[in-house]
Each structure stands twice: as C-alpha cells, then as structure tokens.
Design a protein around this ligand. Sequence first.
Ligand code: HEC
Length: 282
Amino acid sequence: MEAAGPRSISVYLDDDTEPLATYRPPATFQLDTTKIEDGEHLLRLSAVDALGTSGTRIVRFTVRNGPGITVTGLRDGSTVHGMLDIEINSFGGDEPFDPERAESHGPIPVWTWVMIAIVAAWAGWYGLEFFNTPAQFAATPTYASNPALAAANEPADGDRVQKAPAYSGKGAAGGFDYEASGAPAYATNCSSCHGAAGAGVPGAFPSLAGDPVIRANDPKEHITIVLRGLHGKTIAGQTFGATMPSFSQLSDQVLAAIIDHERTSWGNHSPTITPDDVKRAR
Ligand code: HEC
C-alpha cells in the first residue's frame, strides 16, 4: 500500500483566495516583500495529501521596507493628560546602521538614578568615616595626614614630636590606655622574636611567660635588659644564639607600656612600673 504523503503545498498571502504558488514538497521559493505593503501580514501554507486531507499552517510577519519611526514621550496604551512633549524620528531601513539616527532620546532610567544615589551615599559615608578616625589609629601614617586630626595632634608649643598621653599605670581610668599601647607596641617591637603570646622559640628566643626576670617583684633587671639588650645569659637552663637588641630608642612611656604588658600577660602577675622608673634606669 502506498504511503499517503503530501502531494502539494500552496502558498497564500493574507486573505487571498488565489495561491501565490503551488509546489511539490519539499520546495524553496522567494517572497518579494517590496511588492507587499509595509505592515503586518500572514503567510498561509496549505498542504493536501494523497487521500485529499488538507493541513494549514499560518506564519505572521511584519514587512518594513520604508523608513523606521521612533516616538519618544508617548507610549502604546499609556494614559496621558495636559500638554505632551513628543519627539519623533525616522531612519531608513536601507541605510547603514547609524546610532545617532536610529536611537532617539529617552528619559534617564530610574535605575541609573538609583545607582548614582548609592555611589553618592557611599562616598559621603566614606568621607565621614575618614574624618571619624578611631583614637587608637589616629597616630598611624594612614590617618596622621588627616587635616582634622593633624590640627588636634599639633602640640601647643610647636614641637613636632608626637606626645604620648599622660601615664597613670595599668587600669587607671581616663589615663594611659594600657591595652591600646602596651600590646601593640609589644607586637611591633618584640613579638617577632618572643612571639605574640610571649612563648618564644626554644633554643632561639626565651619564653617571657613565667620568665624569672619578669616575675621578679623588683623590675630593675627587666627594665635594664630592655634598655641595654642582652646576650650570653642562660635562662631556664637554655642559652641563646641570638642577641636581644637594645630598645633605648623607644620613649619612656612606650617602654613602660611594653614592660607592663609583659609583667601582666601570659600568666605573669608582677607589679607594674611607670615611665619615671624607665627614665631613672637609663
Ligand atoms: C631580635 C630578637 C629579639 C627581639 C626583637 C626582642 N628580644 Fe628579648 N630577647 C631575645 C633573646 C635572644 C634573648 C635572650 C638573650 C640571651 O640570654 O642571650 C632575649 C631576652 C629577653 C629578656 C630577658 C629574659 C631573662 O630572663 O633574662 C627580656 C625581659 C626580653 N627579652 C624582653 C624583650 C622585649 C620587651 C622586647 C621588645 C621591646 C624584646 N625582648 C625584643 C631576642 C629578642
């Protein structure tokens, strides 16, 4: 029995009753849109098989051979009132693409304003934060150039050396801030050898936790070693190849803060000292 494949396929444009052409499938054909009016159209394809049953398929399309038109200021289906400013533009379909002509002016989209607002808000916040330097960072190079702080830090006598705050011992309210000065100064000057937790490195740098010099009630030796440096001493049965450098270049205040940090950290509970003690030991 022969298969009932399609025998013919006819092509109709819009509502035409006469087909443009009839082909034996499969077929290729050309549609000359310049012969069709600009606008919406449909192509109707009607196929009939060997048994006479027909099938239809419709393809909708828009022809635009004439110039394109853009309208700004009035959108399809919008509700309007009063006077409207409407901009109209037209560009040819056969001309090479020209953005100046093809793109008409449009309003700045809302999201652009939102982005601008976010960037502006961030910039404002950043500016405020910069001038709102936390006290413990005020003297760091990053913030020292801040004009607001420079004015605040300027010593009254014109002396450019930065003044340490008045010292009043560990824990004294409103005085020299122990946590804010001793720990960071220790971290800067001492922790590279003795470790952040004062544990040292066996055979290289002594542990400062439980160290007899630091545990001693009399701080004299502790102060002297930090001021003058140390080498060749046997500590807790160990000798050390490295040399403990002298730190006499640091101010009395900073040395007192570091020494107090060592005397009250890592399980050490020794009496604290003052900058005057350091000054006398120099
Ligand atoms: C370059 C490495 C190094 C740095 C930095 C360093 N030390 Fe030392 N420190 C040593 C060495 C090594 C010894 C032991 C020297 C010896 O006995 O020969 C030592 C010993 C000491 C001792 C003596 C311990 C004892 O029982 O006699 C104290 C206290 C001490 N250091 C405190 C400090 C302080 C405070 C700082 C920071 C201001 C510091 N060290 C920075 C290497 C260092």
